[in-house]
Write a protein that binds this ligand. Structure first.
Ligand SMILES: [Ca+2]
Ligand SMILES: [Ca+2]
Length: 230
């Protein structure tokens, strides 16, 4: 049954993007967020700067001892907020194994794709440890399984991916050393990552990223300044 469904999905993808042109490589990102222990959060999966995108198939991974997925909803990018019909395959949520498999969306619009930046899927998660000590965990793409439709190649192609960092229990946004105050040590850490794009498992970079866009810039420094010596 599963094989039949997956085969059908691939056929639909191939049919759906047959008339799309100019598909190009792009970045897909998951949104980093700050939450309190035990709370729920929505992690957005976003396509950034795509050209003529028709569909996608994605798997994501997370730490099942820290997080559980409650639901996965279709984003509004491919459907243009409901103006265009789409095919959406409800993904398989494996909270024991820490995976969401087969997040699949397809645009049914006579082969015309969508360009720009927008949300492909919304993953609602719950933090389940209730730990008093701040910690950081990740949601990442499972790259070997992740594909996006490319009409130029008439095939499914892997693209670039950015993970999400889920920051749990940080007392102040500017406190990237987690010692409950904001001082020169926090500034030094932030400065060491200036204009860097945080990489998976690069914890100090993500703690310094106060606006959760995965890049350390002036806006992160401004947040640190607001909390200075508090
Ligand atoms: Ca600090
Ligand atoms: Ca930032």
């Amino acid at each position: 049954m599963e094989t039949v469904m997956r085969t059908s999905v691939y056929i639909l993808l191939l049919l759906g993007h047959a008339a799309c042109i100019h598909a190009q490589g792009f970045v897909a990102s998951l949104s980093s967020v700050s939450i309190s222990p035990g709370s729920t959060v929505v992690v957005n999966m976003t396509a950034q700067n795509v050209t003529d995108m028709c569909g996608f198939e994605v798997n994501v991974r997370f730490d099942p001892s820290r997080l559980e997925v409650m639901s996965v909803q279709q984003g509004d990018f491919l459907s243009e907020s409901g103006l265009v019909n789409t095919f959406w395959l409800n993904p398989q949520i494996d909270n024991a194994g820490g995976k969401v498999v087969n997040i699949v969306g397809l645009r049914l619009a006579n082969g015309t794709g969508r360009s720009g930046t927008g949300v492909l899927a919304r993953i609602q998660m719950r933090e389940k440890t209730f730990l008093a000590v701040p910690y950081l965990t990740y949601v990442v793409f499972e790259e070997t399984q992740t594909k996006f439709s490319s009409s130029l190649a008439q095939s499914l192609v892997p693209i670039g991916f950015l993970p999400a960092a889920i920051k749990v229990g940080q007392s102040m946004a500017g406190d990237n050393t987690l010692d409950d105050n904001v001082d020169m040590k926090d500034f030094a850490v932030l400065a060491s990552f200036w204009l860097a794009e945080c990489e998976y498992l690069q914890d100090e970079c993500f703690w310094s990223d106060s606006d959760n866009d995965t890049i350390i810039t002036l806006s992160d420094l401004l947040v640190l300044c607001e909390d200075w010596l508090r």
